[in-house]
Design a protein around this ligand. Structure first.
Ligand SMILES: Cc1cc2nc3c(=O)[nH]c(=O)nc-3n(C[C@H](O)[C@H](O)[C@H](O)COP(=O)(O)OP(=O)(O)OC[C@H]3O[C@@H](n4cnc5c(N)ncnc54)[C@H](O)[C@@H]3O)c2cc1C
Length: 418
């Protein structure tokens, strides 16, 4: 079968591509999807509520993709968050901005987002073929040959495979996180093998952080509105400082602060957490010293009230220093210092970050140096495009990954159809 454009992957970016395609072009677009489902990761996103994007100036988005933000500036600016929200509304998906800036469908149901995109793609006469795992690419004069292995009904021929040809080949096959959704990163090996595309190493991003002797299992669910984080490597060299919301889970540190910074953290690193940010060890110490004279309060009550911390958490921290039974007035200078450090500079040794099964995004993928972001096109293979998470782009939690899926899909459509 010959098509003008073949898209590999019917996930978020493939669906944005089909839904936003010009109606006149849709009949010539074929989306090949490996699994028997469409948009599986999109359905899971935002715990099924689908955090579509973030509010605010698109300029602020650039710092939310690690070091890669500046590379995708053009594509984000050209098809920004406001345009994306308007596009979803034009498809009948009403959106709402939460207090924290995250934008969701009003229904808080990702099924509505997928349904709207599917309906738009179908209205544009785009064909989506499920059970069609792409296993090989070949360059041919004026385009590409795409081989799909036989899987499921309707795709097998006598040789157990089927080939398609196209002028434009759009890779929208996602990253490697949550491999059960179909995005397992295997397309990257095929791109490298068949088309010589450079690929960077993959690692989980937006993953929880595990530390040795994690003490907070019983406090799972407690969160800190704004905690501080300092990451150092195994030699003690500072890698990064950040602040943000922290969540204690049963086995790990999570929440936006840890998820967004997990891309910088490796096993053997040290994380220093400030639970009372922006206070520092010395400012905590001065507050204790200022309050201790004749103060008969228990240390637990003092810390809980003074720094707005949950009592269970304060008891555990002071307990670990042997200070949970202390009255404030009876604390020695040394004990005060120990307590100040435990709240403002608690140090943990990292045992690892969550695996691809837990990570919400993938760091690594198609190497950015080989891509022209004005068109999302390969610099070495004319007519070959990359959109979404298959690229070495991983956004912070908060809607930034779906925004990139949208912006890159629209930029690619511009390149092919205008
Ligand atoms: C639990 C979870 C929650 C998330 N929540 C949010 C959120 O709220 N907001 C946000 O912005 N981001 C969120 N993300 C990230 C976001 O879902 C992804 O970044 C986004 O789906 C990437 O879109 P994509 O099209 O690049 O890849 P995917 O959506 O992963 O789609 C890729 C598709 O390609 C198919 N495919 C792979 N290989 C082949 C092949 N060889 N042949 C044919 N098809 C193939 C796959 O089966 C898949 O259907 C979340 C991710 C997870 C895992």
């Amino acid at each position: 079968m010959n098509k003008k454009t073949i898209v590999v992957g019917a996930g978020a970016s493939g669906l944005f591509f089909g839904a936003a395609a010009p109606a006149s072009a849709g009949g010539d677009i074929l989306i090949l999807e490996k699994t028997d489902k469409i948009g599986t990761k999109l359905l899971m996103s935002g715990s099924g509520q689908c955090n579509l994007t973030h509010a605010g100036s698109i300029k602020e988005f650039l710092s939310c993709y690690g070091e890669s933000g500046s590379r995708i500036r053009k594509c984000l600016y050209r098809h920004n968050n406001l345009e994306y929200i308007r596009f979803m509304e034009s498809l009948g998906v009403k959106t709402a901005e939460r207090e924290d800036g995250k934008v969701f469908p009003v229904s808080m149901d990702s099924r509505d987002v997928r349904q709207a995109l599917l309906a738009a793609a179908s209205g544009n006469s785009v064909t989506i073929m499920k059970n069609s795992p792409v296993k090989a690419f070949k360059t041919i004069p004026k385009g590409f040959e795409v081989t799909v292995s036989s899987k499921g009904p309707g795709v097998s021929d006598a040789a157990g495979e089927r080939t398609f040809t196209c002028r434009n080949l759009v890779i929208a096959a996602g990253g490697a996180s949550y491999p059960s959704t179909g995005s397992d990163g295997s397309v990257l090996q095929i791109l490298r093998r068949d088309l010589g595309i450079a690929v960077t190493d993959l690692r989980p991003a937006l993953a929880p952080v595990y530390v040795q002797d994690y003490p907070f299992a019983e406090l799972s669910g407690i969160s800190f509105k704004n905690a501080g984080l300092r990451i150092s490597d195994s030699q003690g060299k500072k890698i990064r400082e950040a602040s943000g919301d922290l969540l204690l889970t049963h086995r790990s540190f999570s929440g936006p602060l840890m998820l967004n910074n997990s891309r910088y953290i490796n096993a053997g690193f040290r994380v220093e957490i400030n639970f009372v940010f922006p206070y520092t060890v010395s400012s905590v110490l001065s507050r204790i010293k200022g309050a201790c004279g004749g103060n008969n309060k228990s240390a637990v009550s003092f810390f809980a009230e003074e720094f707005g911390l949950p009592k269970r958490f304060v008891s555990l921290i002071l307990g670990s220093c042997g200070l949970s039974e202390k009255k404030l007035s009876s604390m020695t200078g040394c004990e005060m210092e120990t307590a100040a450090r435990a709240f403002a500079a608690a140090v943990f040794s990292v045992s690892g970050t969550g695996s691809f099964r837990e990570a919400m995004a993938t760091k690594g993928g198609v190497a950015l140096d080989g891509v022209d972001f004005s068109f999302m096109e390969s610099k070495t293979q004319k007519g070959l495009y990359f959109i979404g998470e298959v690229l070495d782009i991983d956004g912070n939690t908060g809607g930034y990954n779906l925004q990139f899926a949208y912006s890159s899909a629209r930029t690619c459509l511009d390149a092919i159809y205008t």
